[in-house]
Every structure is written in structure tokens, then in C-alpha cells.
Design a protein. Structure first.
Length: 259
């Protein structure tokens, strides 16, 4: 290719990169490490139930320690990400969280999923995912994943070693009639689940265009523990395109240098 064509291509890449950077945004962000030691309810989120403990770099949800003989709940609901962001069949957004489950969520009853979960709603349905330390509930393992559902739980992702925290991104792409969710682990696409499979009937206005996280149940005889590092809402269905951003910057640098 000619030098001129080469420069035009590079300029185009730089523009694409710049446009992507401008378009992609985190619209709701709670990150424990940069919160100044403040819990979510001190920065605009709504708390329900037992507070989590801010441990410097994470929030500790430990309702196993909070009265071992009874079951607590404690969760935080975000501010709005903007009315209409979460729209069935046409919206585009991402729920991102970084966490580490310290105990397993076994599936033995219809409320267990909510002991360690995220919950959000579009204009038509609600969705929830559970952070699952041990996929087969055998007790000792740390290889788990992300599940969805309530009366029955299904695997969205398996094979996650939860001995360390991981960043999960659940990106929604709205296409008629339901669209689907892409599941990323540490920026790598792992699976795609139809939104119709995850949808819970009825709109849930309290969580529309918001995300709720933590422990949402006092029932059924278990409590679990987890570290929560961050919870965010993005206005795109893909994680921050780090490679594209770098490409854009590199291209811009090359173009500038060649002028
Ligand atoms: Ca308890
Ligand atoms: Ca609980
Ligand atoms: Ca489990």
C-alpha cells in the first residue's frame, strides 16, 4: 500500500479508537479502593439490611459471622444509570463487578441464589446472577462460576478459580425479541446467554436502570461471605476495549510522527 493510503488507514483507526473512547463510558461506579473509605450508601447508593464492612480495598459481606444462628440480608442498590439505558430488545449496557466469594452458594431452595447476587431490571424484565464459588456444591472446591436463575439455577460460566478475585462483565445487546447477555471473565468472552432464559417476569421498577448487589435473602438456613471490590454499570455491551484504545493511541502517535 502507498504511504498515503497507509496514513489514511492509520488516521481512520485513530478516529475509530477515539470515537470508541468517547462513546464507551462507565455511568455508575462504586469502587471500594477509591471510595475514600466510604460505603456505597455514603455515595448515593441505597442500603437495605445489614451493612457490609469496608476493609480498605473491598467491602466484606459476611453474614456467616453476623449471628451464625440466624440469616441476615444486606444489599446496596445503585443510583440510576440514566432512564431508558436498560431497555428490552434495543438497549445496550454492561454490568461489571469484581468480587471473590469466600463461601459457596449451594442450590437447595428457591431463595439461595440471592445470598450472593446482582440484580437489575430493564423496562420489561428483571435479571439476576449469582457468584458461585463451587459449581457442584461439593463443599471444598474453589472452582466455580456464575449462575443465573432462582427456582432452578443454570451455569452462565464455569471454570473460575475463586481463590483470587475476578472481574465479571455481563454485557446486554438488545435485539428483538429479547437479545442476549455476553459473559466476560477478566475481559475474556466466555459465554452468551439469551436474555429470554434469564428474564424474570414483570418489570421491577425499583431496580430499573440500576444494579443491586449483595445478600438479598434472610431465608432458608444459609448465609455466605464474599469480598466485593467494585460494581459498575457501563453504557456499552463490551468491556472497556483496552486493545482498541491502545490501537487508537498508537495509530494517532504514528500519524503525528509521520506528518
Ligand atoms: Ca448469619
Ligand atoms: Ca442471607
Ligand atoms: Ca455452588
Amino acid at each position: 500500500m502507498s504511504k498515503r493510503t497507509f496514513l489514511v488507514v492509520l488516521s481512520g483507526l485513530a478516529l475509530v479508537g477515539a470515537a470508541e473512547m468517547a462513546r464507551a463510558a462507565v455511568v455508575v461506579d462504586y469502587t471500594a479502593a477509591t471510595s475514600g473509605g466510604l460505603s456505597p450508601d455514603a455515595v448515593g447508593w441505597t442500603r437495605y439490611g445489614t451493612p457490609m464492612v469496608h476493609n480498605g480495598s473491598y467491602l466484606l459481606q459476611d453474614n456467616t459471622a453476623n449471628d451464625p444462628n440466624s440469616d441476615q440480608s444486606g444489599e446496596y442498590l445503585s443510583p440510576s444509570a440514566g432512564a431508558g439505558l436498560m431497555k428490552l430488545a434495543s438497549g445496550q449496557y454492561g454490568i461489571e463487578f469484581r468480587a471473590k466469594p469466600l463461601t459457596d452458594v449451594p442450590f437447595a431452595g428457591s431463595s439461595h441464589y440471592a445470598n450472593l447476587y446482582l440484580f437489575w431490571s430493564d423496562d420489561s424484565y428483571a435479571y439476576n446472577v449469582t457468584i458461585d464459588r463451587d459449581t457442584d456444591d461439593a463443599g471444598s472446591g474453589t472452582t466455580g462460576g456464575i449462575k443465573y436463575g432462582q427456582n432452578s439455577m443454570s451455569d452462565a460460566v464455569t471454570g473460575i478459580d475463586w481463590s483470587t478475585p475476578h472481574t465479571i462483565f455481563v454485557g446486554y445487546t438488545g435485539v428483538s425479541p429479547y437479545g442476549s447477555f455476553d459473559f466476560y471473565v477478566d475481559g475474556v468472552l466466555k459465554s452468551n446467554v439469551s436474555a429470554g432464559s434469564m428474564a424474570r417476569s414483570g418489570g421491577w421498577p425499583f431496580a430499573q436502570d440500576k444494579v443491586d448487589f449483595g445478600d438479598g435473602t434472610t431465608g432458608q438456613g444459609i448465609d455466605v461471605a464474599a469480598e466485593w471490590y467494585s460494581v459498575k454499570i457501563h453504557n456499552t455491551a463490551v468491556p472497556e476495549p483496552a486493545s482498541l484504545v491502545l490501537l487508537g493511541l498508537a495509530s494517532a502517535g504514528l500519524v503525528l510522527r509521520r506528518r
